[in-house]
Design a protein around this ligand. Sequence first.
Ligand code: C2E
Ligand code: MG
Ligand code: MG
Ligand code: MG
Length: 285
Amino acid sequence: NAEIAMYQAKQTGKNNIQLYTDGLDETIRDRFIMESKLNRAIENDEFSLHYQPKIDLATDSVMGMEALLRWHNPELGFIPPDKFIPLSEDSGLILPIGEWVMKRALSDTAKLHKEGFADLKIAINLSLRQFMKKGLVEFVEKSIETAGLNNRNVEFEITENIFTEDLSTISRIMNEISNLNIKFAIDDFGTGYSSIGYLKKMPISTLKIDRSYISKIDSDTDSESIVSSVILMSKSLGLNVVAEGAETESQVNMLKDMGCSIVQGYYYGKPMPYDEFLEFVRNWK
Ligand code: C2E
Ligand code: MG
Ligand code: MG
Ligand code: MG
């Protein structure tokens, strides 16, 4: 990318070279600063988890929540996960960070269960690198046991990019985890490398339709058709389907009409800290 930018800068004239390289330096410097701060974020207790409710449309109940990582650094402020997660994947830091997320999400879920909300299911995002790490299955099993949870209340969200790896390895790991009664959801469905075949071959229980389709469901007929086809396909394959990123009543009504089973989006609730989430489930009608 740096080479391309330099090339383009050269093409557009001498003055631009300075401008472009300045820009590049800054990006590299930003990355470097962020990465060095990210290195100490766990020990400095800069991470927290937010929980976003998932609503079961058939029963009008909160069936579970997704754990979403937040990073606040005293000097950099709040950094969105779309910035620091890719960085931590490149550096390998996602491995200790992912273990921190897993332990915290599971223990918070155990707390919610003790508060009387024993049916809540926790969904945890797993990046490719975490998925491929040796010992994942043992770590997961031990962490769930330590938290005192039932495996059935735990789900992992993975993206389709996982299927670009060696399929026999992927399938083996997925089956080992699935045999423990832990479920898999395909996150951001419709944005990656999809093959309908995997949906049947791999132990997948849920498709999460990407927000980019849901946000246009009531304004763009292509998005509307795509969402309704994915819902129909999911049903005939026996999969659950979650619509992610529903923000308006009109979107939710359309999803209900299409037979969507679960909705997660700002319309029902934004991701929130544990205490707020506990209030949210307490106040749910
Ligand atoms: P994701 O797993 O697809 O999570 C859903 C994202 O959509 C979240 O963004 C959530 O805040 C946002 N969202 C949900 N409903 C709405 C809505 O109605 N409107 C809008 N505008 N946005 C909505 P967030 O929290 O910024 O996370 C971004 C991504 O970062 C996640 O996408 C996931 O890929 C990654 N991520 C977050 N936490 C973790 C983690 O603990 N581990 C890993 N590996 N990745 C994580
Ligand atoms: Mg997710
Ligand atoms: Mg998603
Ligand atoms: Mg995403």
